[in-house]
Design a protein around this ligand. Structure first.
Ligand SMILES: [Zn+2]
Length: 97
């Protein structure tokens, strides 16, 4: 009686989960101007995100389309995720060495 030994090397197939998920849908972000109190929707290209060393120095900025004021607002973790996911240009103020 001979035992048939099956080799343990089975072909591993790596499932590519992200295949076909590269299409980018335009995202609009709702924002308000503290100066003129205008509310508007901004596209990702109108926003800029700056990530600092701490959450205190992490903020997003945009120019108010109504009055032209440069608005800067603190960005929490959630907002950072939202903005980067939406394709907002990100500027890293702090470089981790
Ligand atoms: Zn304004």
């Amino acid at each position: 009686m001979s035992e048939s030994a099956t080799p343990g090397a089975q072909g591993m197939t790596a499932a590519v989960a992200f295949a076909g998920m590269r299409s980018v849908t335009p995202v609009v972000f709702r924002a308000g101007c503290p100066d003129c109190r205008e509310r508007f929707e901004l596209t990702a290209s109108a926003l800029r995100l700056a990530i600092g060393a701490t959450s205190r120095t992490t903020f997003y900025s945009f120019t108010c389309p109504a009055c032209g004021a440069a608005v800067r607002k603190p960005a929490g973790e959630r907002i950072v995720e939202l903005l980067t996911g939406g394709g907002v240009r990100t500027l890293r103020l702090h470089s981790t060495v």
